[in-house]
Design a protein around this ligand. Structure first.
Ligand code: 13P
Ligand code: ZN
Length: 269
């Protein structure tokens, strides 16, 4: 028995998580248990789910998050592998509900898989998104090789230097990641400081932020769209590296070409 039985809409959202988890593994972005995904599934919760008893918890989130009080999330389990989640999302993740007060959660289905160690960042970001009325329901953290490599250089960590380079490698990147790539300086994985810095950077109007020397954190309406934003950015980083390894600095699209693209797609300048 699974919570997904006879729940077509909820199952289709979790199936998207499993599909993306498979892509992350295939791309080499998900070594061992690397990366995590959470999605806000509250809109697919019915009375049957609401009546489910807790199977583990309550646990402290580490923050008080008033906007997600009473919300429900699917979370990858800590220590679980994306390549396993791709086959079996409910065996490698669980559904949690946020208790009244917004400071604690309990696990309700299918089994007591403890959520990702990056839960403070994920839940604080969902709280931030709901608080500003955003339609975004998914957050994705992964370790894309070329984007992480960029963050090992001071130059690329400077505000929007990487964004401009990545946008100029191929027109799709600005079209499909129109807010660019925010930069968060190195902080301890799974810390509340990292969660707070992630929100500050998203609030500067990015959908995708880099965690220096660690990975990327992306938000979007659903997990497939969050993945797509990371995918186009990393593709650009690969084009840059390919040109450099052919022995030259890539020219990049010109300012006039970027301006033409921005007006054709209605993108910010
Ligand atoms: P979890 O296995 O706890 O999700 O951690 C993976 C990770 O990438 C931490 O940053
Ligand atoms: Zn990580």
């Amino acid at each position: 028995m699974s919570i997904l039985d006879n729940r077509r809409l909820l199952k289709s959202e979790i199936d998207k998580v499993a599909e993306v988890a498979g892509y992350l593994w295939e791309k080499g972005w998900a070594e061992r248990n690397g990366g995590n995904i959470t999605i806000n599934v509250t809109e697919w919760v019915d009375d049957g789910i609401r009546a489910l008893p807790s199977i583990a918890g309550p646990f402290e989130i580490g923050f008080t998050l008033p906007h997600i009080e009473g919300c429900w999330f699917y979370c990858k389990g800590t220590g679980k592998r994306m390549r396993d989640l791709a086959r079996d999302p409910m065996g490698n993740g669980s559904i949690i509900r946020i208790l009244p007060g917004g400071a604690r959660y309990e696990i309700v289905a299918d089994s007591p898989v403890v959520p990702t160690s990056e839960l403070p960042s994920h839940l604080a970001v969902h709280n931030y998104l709901l608080g500003k009325g955003s339609p975004y329901r998914a957050s994705l953290h992964t370790h894309p090789i070329e984007l992480v490599a960029l963050t090992h250089s001071r130059k690329w960590m400077e505000r929007d230097v990487a964004t401009r380079m990545l946008w100029s490698m191929i027109p799709e990147t600005k079209a499909f990641c129109p807010r660019g790539l925010g930069m968060v300086p190195y902080m301890m994985p799974s810390s509340n400081e990292l969660a707070e810095a992630t929100i500050r950077t998203l609030d500067e109007d990015y959908d995708v932020v880099m965690w220096e020397k660690h990975g990327v954190f992306a938000v979007d309406t659903d997990v497939m769209s969050a993945f797509d934003q990371v995918d186009v950015l990393n593709k650009s980083a690969q084009i840059y590296i390919a040109a450099r390894s052919m022995g030259f600095d890539p020219e990049g699209m010109s300012p006039a070409q970027m301006a033409e693209l921005s007006s054709a797609f209605g993108l910010p300048k």
